[in-house]
Design a protein around this ligand. Structure first.
Ligand SMILES: NC(=O)c1ccc[n+]([C@@H]2O[C@H](COP(=O)([O-])OP(=O)(O)OC[C@H]3O[C@@H](n4cnc5c(N)ncnc54)[C@H](O)[C@@H]3O)[C@@H](O)[C@H]2O)c1
Length: 255
């Protein structure tokens, strides 16, 4: 087996369509020698159909990251397919409509709590659920949208991402002793199902078009996926708690 991830066993969450960032990660990972197990949420038959479009059809395990029973049973279910994990990809985000699109001042705690549970706390829950399968050299990778500033329309999802970025640093702190890394990729805007649920998302699209020094393709998930692969590989052995921007350079330049 050859390739950047030759022989690596990965658990990839977050595939719902073939536009999902996670789908590109799974596809590229297989093309680079990895064995991939997917988790799916909700519409499992849809995820299973999409999983068949990968170079190697991948098994799909049901996982709602807010369901303690799903999390408790995850390691055993993964063991039915692979005998351990070298990498874990968290590509999950959700916020109720009231949390997005300019309603920051009105969103209820219940709705905000849902956003934080699914998008922030789950990063820790997922890593802990998979931990029995991981060993030194293992890598946990998640996806963020640069939370160092407030964005129009992103609202509580932005707060959830700020929490995710902090949670990744704390995971790096707590899993470092076991030789396990935690890093995030901060992707620019991409037209996925999650993005379509954000009212006013086109504001990001326009902003990136005008400002990213390298330009930005809203329908190309591969640059973000490639960065995930690099962080899952052995080529960042001493990097943890890091955020790699894959945004055409947008974050680095002023308007
Ligand atoms: N699309 C963008 O512009 C963009 C930019 C930066 C970061 N991200 C992040 O990338 C990640 C993947 O999103 P995407 O853009 O590929 O969209 P997507 O809609 O394809 O993926 C989101 C996934 O989250 C899953 N999910 C939602 N609730 C869940 C739950 N309770 N349990 C388990 N899974 C659940 C969905 O099933 C879906 O597969 C998210 O964290 C998102 O915030 C997206």
């Amino acid at each position: 087996m050859s390739g950047l991830l030759a022989g690596k066993r990965l658990l990839v969450t977050g595939v719902i369509t073939d536009a999902s960032i996670a789908f590109s990660v799974a596809k590229l990972a297989q093309e680079n020698g990895a064995q991939v197990v997917l988790t799916g949420y909700g519409r499992l038959s849809l995820v299973e159909r999409i999983a068949k479009r990968l170079p190697e059809p991948a098994p799909v395990i049901e996982l709602d990251v807010t369901d303690p029973e799903h999390l408790a049973g995850l390691a055993d279910k993964v063991r039915e397919h692979v005998d351990g994990l070298d990498g874990l990809v968290h590509s999950i985000g959700f916020a109720p409509q009231s949390c997005l699109g300019g309603g920051f001042l009105d969103a209820s705690w219940d709705d905000v709590a849902t956003a934080l549970h699914v998008s922030t706390y789950s990063y820790k829950s997922l890593a802990v659920a998979a931990l029995p399968l991981m060993s030194p050299g293992g890598s946990v990778v998640g996806l963020t949208f640069d939370a160092s500033q407030a964005w129009p329309v992103y609202d509580w999802m932005g707060v959830a991402k700020a929490g995710l970025e902090s949670a990744s640093r704390y995971l790096a702190l707590h899993l470092g002793k076991q030789g396990i890394r935690s890093n995030l990729v901060a992707a620019g805007p991409l037209r996925t199902m999650a993005a379509k649920s954000i009212p006013g998302f086109e504001q990001f699209e326009d902003a990136w078009a005008g400002r990213a020094p390298l330009g930005w393709n809203l329908t190309d998930q591969e640059p973000a996926a490639r960065a995930c692969l690099a962080l899952l590989s052995d080529w960042f052995p001493a990097t943890t708690g890091e955020i790699v921007h894959v945004d055409g350079g947008y974050h680095a330049v002023g308007a």
